[in-house]
Design a protein around this ligand. Sequence first.
Ligand code: T3D
Length: 260
Amino acid sequence: MSNELLRDTEGGVARLTMNRPEVLNALDDALLVALREALRQAAEDDAVRAVLLTGAGRGFCAGADLGAVDLSQGHLEAGQALVERYNPLITTMREIPKPIVAAVNGVAAGAGMSIALAADIVVAARSATFAQAFSRIGLIPDAGSTYFVPRLAGEMRARALAMLGERISADEAYGIGLVWQVFDDDRFADEAAAIAQRLARGPTRAYGYIKQALNRSLERSLSEQLDTEASLQSEAGRSEDAREGVAAFLEKRPPRFTGR
Ligand code: T3D
């Protein structure tokens, strides 16, 4: 297992820590592969009911490792890396049936910002920053940023962030809908962990169906989405957690969800 990704599981939360702090956790092939593999394992492991993704040191992730880029052919062969490593990672993040919290502890730039936005819930430390850094090096936003940013923040902001490549603060990111919550730095790690722990105690199967329902909702018509809801809700309704949730409500007690 690569040391570039630290992993531990406690209380139903798989914590994945990108661990290349000397380059602000910039992504090389090994880290990209390790991230995807860890997510797949989290999906299959019944003991894992939520994932917390964060970065070691002062960065969350500075995007592609520019030091590892091959310019020997006189150009940057960027498309292949996307097809082979970045895109499968982003797809895996969206599709695994367990909630992912991105705990953005520091700068999230380029594909590092894309990875944060592919999570289900993004929280940030007050000192964290976000940058669609791609155009500063002559590239376009990738790894899902042209999908996530307009949907979360709106078309104009997506265009300006992409073209100007400016760094925005966590509070600005919160203000335009890129982030769920911002916490002061001294509370950040505990607050992010608490959200993941809360999800790990929740109705895991329902969370998986919520992901499915929301993943494509903005591309579907109302009638298609109503059909999707009916079909997924009928699955959710058959879960042990739905039975427990209703029973707990009627008995006026907190539910004890098991993820089944
Ligand atoms: O082929 C493909 O892989 C295509 C895929 C492309 C996807 C992409 O993500 S493209 C975008 C790549 N990322 C960037 O362009 C961001 C580059 N980094 C920066 O602009 C800045 O470092 C930050 C804004 C992120 C942070 O700035 P700051 O001032 O807080 O830190 P710093 O001093 O610039 O960086 C600290 C160290 O990390 C520094 O190394 P040093 O000088 O201490 O030895 C810096 O070189 C290194 N570092 C930062 N980002 C990267 C990096 N090293 C390699 N790759 C990086 N992306």
